[in-house]
Design a protein around this ligand. Structure first.
Ligand code: AMP
Length: 173
């Protein structure tokens, strides 16, 4: 039961700063049955979609993107923080509460018109995932769907993503 997984996600109040209720997934991943259940459930939700590549967002998106790509039998590509990827990239900046951040993808990571699933651990305001979708669009590929383990409903991040593709979240708070 996927709702059961909530029991394994640790809430850490005021991390990394006052007012943020941090959802710590390490307590779920360290349990072999729970980790497997998460990946299997993600797989069930996308197995009938036509996905060529999974684009995983650094860093916790990697933890789900890699086993899911293996299970689905599709390619895995990395969306990383600025300056980490070694060859030609596209970049996308987005606003944070204070300042901004930039993420990048290799220009040759995806081919034009390929169908891409974007994945991260958690959807909050949607700024990070929206920037990731824009990177996929810069390559002229399609965002098929955007997947998260956790969606924080009240922040309404989904609204920023719906124009790109279907938003699929396993757990809602
Ligand atoms: P956002 O761009 O606002 O949707 O934030 C999403 C990114 O920030 C994801 O990569 C999350 O890992 C991280 N994040 C945001 N809020 C939280 C939270 N309450 N708990 C854990 N991670 C968070």
């Amino acid at each position: 039961m996927i709702e059961n997984i909530k029991k394994y996600i640790r809430n850490v109040p005021d991390f990394p700063k006052a007012g943020i209720n941090f959802k710590d997934i390490t307590t779920a991943l360290k349990d072999k049955n729970v980790f497997r259940e998460i990946i299997d459930d993600m797989y069930e939700k996308i197995k009938n979609r036509n996905i060529d590549k999974i684009a995983a967002i650094e860093s916790r998106g990697f933890l789900f993107g890699a086993p899911l790509a293996y299970k689905l039998g599709c390619g895995l590509v990395l969306i990383r923080k600025q300056g980490k990827l070694p060859t030609k990239t596209f970049s996308q900046s987005y606003d944070l509460e204070y300042g901004s951040a930039t993420i990048e993808i290799h220009q040759d990571a995806i081919r034009e018109n390929e169908n891409v699933l974007v994945i991260d651990d958690l959807l909050a305001t949607g700024g990070t995932a929206e920037a990731a979708c824009k990177l996929v669009k810069k390559i002229n590929a399609n965002v098929d769907s955007i997947m998260f383990l956790i969606e924080l409903d009240e922040l309404q991040g989904k609204k920023r993503l719906e124009n790109f593709g279907e938003v699929i979240s396993l757990i809602h708070y």
